[in-house]
Design a protein around this ligand. Structure first.
Ligand SMILES: NC(=O)C1=CN([C@@H]2O[C@H](COP(=O)(O)OP(=O)(O)OC[C@H]3O[C@@H](n4cnc5c(N)ncnc54)[C@H](O)[C@@H]3O)[C@@H](O)[C@H]2O)C=CC1
Ligand SMILES: O=C(O)[C@H]1O[C@H](OP(=O)(O)OP(=O)(O)OC[C@H]2O[C@@H](n3ccc(=O)[nH]c3=O)[C@H](O)[C@@H]2O)[C@H](O)[C@@H](O)[C@@H]1O
Length: 464
């Protein structure tokens, strides 16, 4: 079976880049990405490709090549579903904020809405692909809705979780470590659907890297991968605190440990805490699933990853207060970076948000500069926490358009995102323009201690 038309519901950080790469590599397939968010679709269709809503290195080039050739962005969801032989669901699956499982379980209401819409609209057989990260056994619920509310057409449900990381999305999509496809391995129709998706990826991914499994293994592998990755960050961050107490250096420890081929060097960078829309959400979801099966020890084990991460953000902020003579009240504190990692404009669950909230509670005045994050996003992130009236966030937080303005007259500078440009700033100039003693807190192990101390900074870095 050859796929001719793909529809992807959800034009976000996953739907946009993933479909752009499929369109680039499969010129004979028409790919339509749809969303209920009109502004987002408008931005994807912006004449100037630099204005697309997701910032990712290399993405605007792929969009320029494919858009209006075989890649389309639209709000006409019904007609895109109707035309498609394969429908990807790539909508958000945030942590529930209400009812049973509040604060832990994944909120599947957007997924269910998609399933109901597909069922209502479809007049021909479809392969429905779970691209969103979902609790294990969600496919069962999807199938139930599709089969019982549909127009009698046949559906095959596949799980095809996405492993791209933001900031390297295009590179990850072009050269994935693996592509995972879960499906009904027992039936000929299931196998045919899986093969159809394998054939899409085989346009550019070596077949040895395309794994096929049962749906349940595929769904659970995604949660497991994110849990393992986040666990590594929490493991090294736990060690960073011990390093600070003992005189060991976490970078040296990470290097020594990572050279063991069984452990490996990647994902061992100590930081102010992991952020991003997924690690926390997916682990909470895993914890919830474990608890719902009565596996309390399993749940507690994974929950500890989140506990350490929250601790890391809090202790970084607390150390700033302690170092600044136990008060930051009325003091100007400059933040370099707001995104949850470099090379993305995404701020969801960024550690910077929580550090800011902590310092605002201590009455600090914060000035923020991030190369890719807009002021409205920063205020929205702070308002979302509901810690204080929105006007107060606007009064106590200002947004600068470069690092030098941010640092001027500051008591302290906090490096919160590892943007490359922060490495090559004129740090002498920044030092001269700050109040003295000039404190510099490196939450990303981005800067050289010796050089900064020579300039005159009082320098603090995670894990040393
Ligand atoms: N952000 C990332 O790096 C990764 C995310 N994921 C997973 O992919 C999924 C999507 O994540 P993101 O793209 O980051 O989310 P996002 O929030 O950027 O995008 C989701 C989009 O879906 C749209 N949407 C929601 N309900 C809809 C509906 N009924 N009809 C049409 N559009 C609808 C929203 O308006 C939004 O634009 C999540 O499950 C996430 O866990 C997986 C791997 C990487
Ligand atoms: O499901 C998802 O959403 C994705 O989650 C992560 O990708 P992402 O969150 O985009 O970015 P990462 O590079 O994993 O970084 C996550 C956070 O951990 C932090 N981190 C990462 C690595 C490290 O060594 N130290 C560290 O503090 C980063 O700064 C960032 O805040 C996974 O890496 C992807 O494989 C997965 O697809």
């Amino acid at each position: 079976m050859k796929i001719k038309n793909i529809c992807c519901i959800g034009a976000g950080y996953v739907g946009g880049p993933t479909m752009a790469v499929i369109a680039q590599k499969c010129p004979e397939i028409n790919v339509t990405v749809v969303d209920i968010n009109e502004k987002r679709i408008e931005a994807w269709n912006d004449k100037d490709v630099e204005n697309i809503p997701v910032y990712e290195p290399g993405l605007s080039k792929v969009i320029a090549e494919t858009r209006d050739r075989n890649l389309f962005f639209s709000t006409d969801i019904d007609s895109a579903i109707d035309k498609a032989d394969m429908v990807f669901i790539s909508v958000n699956t945030p942590t529930k904020t209400y009812g049973i499982g509040k604060g832990m379980a994944a909120d599947l209401k957007y997924i269910e809405l998609c399933a109901r819409q597909i069922a209502r609209v479809s007049k021909s057989d479809k392969i429905v692909v779970e691209k969103s990260t979902l609790p294990v056994r969600t496919a069962e619920a999807l199938k139930n809705i599709l089969d019982n509310t549909g127009n009698g057409v046949n559906y095959q449900i596949l799980s095809n979780p996405e492993f791209l990381a933001e900031g390297t999305a295009v590179e990850d999509l072009l050269n994935p470590d693996r592509v995972l496809i879960g499906g009904d391995v027992e039936s000929p129709q299931g196998k045919e659907a899986m093969q159809a998706l394998v054939d899409v990826y085989a346009h550019w991914v070596d077949k040895s890297r395309i794994l096929t499994t049962s749906v349940w293994s595929s769904e659970l592998s995604k949660l497991t991968a994110n849990a393992f990755l986040a666990q590594r960050v929490s493991s090294i961050n736990a060690m960073s605190e011990l390093c600070e107490k003992t005189g060991a250096d976490v970078n040296e420890v990470a290097k020594a440990v990572g050279m063991d081929s069984r452990i490996g060097p990647k994902f061992l960078k100590a930081s102010v805490g992991f952020g991003g829309s997924c690690f926390q959400k997916d682990i909470l979801n895993l914890v919830y699933i474990a608890k719902s099966f009565g596996l309390n020890e399993v749940a507690d084990y994974w929950e500890q990853v989140i506990i350490i991460n929250d601790h890391q953000k809090r202790r970084f902020a607390a150390n700033v207060v302690k170092t600044l003579f136990n008060t930051v009240s009325g003091k100007k504190i400059a933040f370099l970076g707001w995104a949850f990692k470099k090379d993305t404009n995404d701020t969801r669950e960024s550690a910077a948000i929580y550090v800011a909230d902590y310092l605002l509670n201590e009455q600090a005045e914060i000035v923020i500069y991030d190369p890719k994050v807009k002021a409205e996003q920063i205020y929205a992130d702070l308002d979302y926490l509901n810690s204080r009236p929105c006007e107060e966030n606007r009064r106590c937080v200002t947004v600068a358009n470069n690092s030098y303005t941010a640092g001027k007259d500051a008591h302290a500078i906090l490096v919160l995102t590892e943007w490359d440009e922060f490495k090559t700033l004129n740090w002498e100039k920044i030092y001269n323009d700050m109040l003295k003693p000039a404190f510099l807190f490196d939450g990303r192990r981005l800067l050289e201690r010796k050089i900064k101390e020579k300039i005159g900074f009082e320098f603090y870095a995670i894990g040393s």
